[in-house]
Design a protein around this ligand. Structure first.
Ligand SMILES: Cc1ncc(COP(=O)(O)O)c(C=O)c1O
Length: 398
């Protein structure tokens, strides 16, 4: 009789959910108030407190958060906004959806974030804003971006989808520019299923954001409900959206906030363990954390580089990286490319005739990043197993 050993299954991530979250999502069912009610407000309060923001505005996703924040900051038809060339596509899409133009800037291959030395050359008289991304939990270099923006009269919107727990010289991501947006998708450190948040340093923007997420209403359903004259609808004096978070998500987010510090510590510990296990592996570039930054480790993203990636070598290296990833998949270990480069995606290449090679670092990052599993319940033994299998898969891929 043949005996098979069960293969160890290691997913790329796993949300940290327990009885606290289970209990929390049931609470709105008792109150009967299911949308943008007291639990959303509680989540917003805890989020603002954690990040040091004045206040926070919950939405349905980071994409919708970015959409209404860019709308509030102003993107007139034809206006240009500078975005990194390696980021999730919605960073650029929301600008295009508002009738603007996403102008791509190559990234720094060490940090995967916007290459600040290239931004100034992309500014034209149509530029209205800069949209840096804090990719994988590492802040973009915000000081030179802010300096440039102030000098040229531009707004700065931070895409902090991955930036929860990411700090830049003592400031939490999202609190540095005019506004910052977060994601609570299950691939992020804390989750509400789908969900997002906007924080802003400009007090006058907050009311606009609260109105925009609620069809442009002058007051919320809850305010109407609690006030006399609630039988009358609000006024709707701006073009808004329905980007309201449900109270089930709010309650879940609030429970996740209570464990956020623990989750972030556990992720940072996992990242440190990978750093040690991979210290002698010279064909992978590990994540970097420049002086004065705290990495939030939304993901542990490495760069596959058995040799210097160039425009001549990256496709060959890409094929080899994929063989390694497939080999790991067959052994039950999930890996992923970091994210993608919109400059290589159909909508943008067709609309603007972009040659992806114009953005060599974004292209290399798109083709050669390799994300390792990272989540609270990932044990030290699991991590050793991942790294041993990774080394063996690399040896087999030659
Ligand atoms: C950099 C970046 N921006 C925006 C988003 C969109 O977030 P959401 O899925 O919450 O809309 C993501 C999602 O992964 C992201 O990584």
């Amino acid at each position: 009789m043949s005996r098979t050993t069960a293969i160890r299954k290691i997913p790329i991530t796993k949300p940290y959910l327990g009885p606290e979250e289970r209990e929390a999502v049931l609470k709105p069912l008792d109150t009967g108030w299911l949308v943008q009610g007291p639990y959303v407000a509680e989540f917003e309060r805890k989020f603002a407190e954690f990040t040091g923001a004045r206040s926070a505005v919950a939405t349905t996703s980071c994409t919708t958060a970015l959409h209404m924040a860019a709308d509030a900051l102003g993107v007139s038809p034809g206006a240009e906004v500078i975005v990194p060339a390696f980021t999730w596509v919605s960073t650029a899409n929301i600008i295009e959806s508002l009738g603007g133009r996403a102008v791509f800037c190559d990234v720094d291959i060490r940090t995967y974030n916007i290459d600040v030395s290239r931004v100034a050359d992309l500014i034209t008289d149509r530029t209205v804003g800069i949209l840096p991304v804090h990719l994988f939990g590492l802040c973009a270099d915000m000081d030179p971006i802010l300096e440039l923006a102030r000098a040229r009269g531009l707004w700065v919107l931070e895409d902090s989808a991955c930036g929860f727990g990411a700090w830049y010289h003592g400031k939490h991501s999202g609190t540095i520019g005019d506004a910052g947006c977060f994601s609570f998708h299950p691939r992020k450190s804390i989750t509400t299923g789908e969900g997002g948040m906007v924080i802003t340093t400009r007090p006058e923007l907050e009311a606009v954001l609260r109105s925009l997420r609620d069809h442009g209403a002058s007051r919320t359903d809850l305010q109407r409900h609690n006030a006399k004259g609630g039988f009358l609808l609000a006024d709707y004096d701006r073009l808004g959206y329905n980007y309201r978070m449900t109270d089930l998500q709010g309650a879940l987010g609030s429970a996740q906030m209570d464990r956020a510090s623990f989750v972030l510590r556990a992720r940072a510990e996992g990242a440190r363990r990978y750093d040690q296990l991979l210290a002698a592996v010279d064909w992978l570039a590990r994540p970097v954390t420049p002086q004065g930054y705290v990495h939030g480790y939304q993901a542990y993203v490495t760069l596959f580089r058995p040799e210097e990636p160039t425009l001549a070598s990256y496709e060959r290296l890409h094929e080899r990286r994929n063989r390694v990833m497939q080999d790991l998949e067959e052994r039950g270990i999930a890996t992923r490319q970091g994210t993608h480069a919109p400059i290589a995606l159909g909508y943008y290449t067709k609309k603007y005739g972009i040659k992806a090679e114009t953005y060599p670092n974004a292209l290399v990052a798109d083709r050669l990043t390799l994300t390792l599993p990272l989540y609270v319940d990932l044990s030290a033994d699991d991590q050793e197993y991942v790294v041993n299998e990774l080394k063996a898969a690399f040896a087999r891929s030659a």
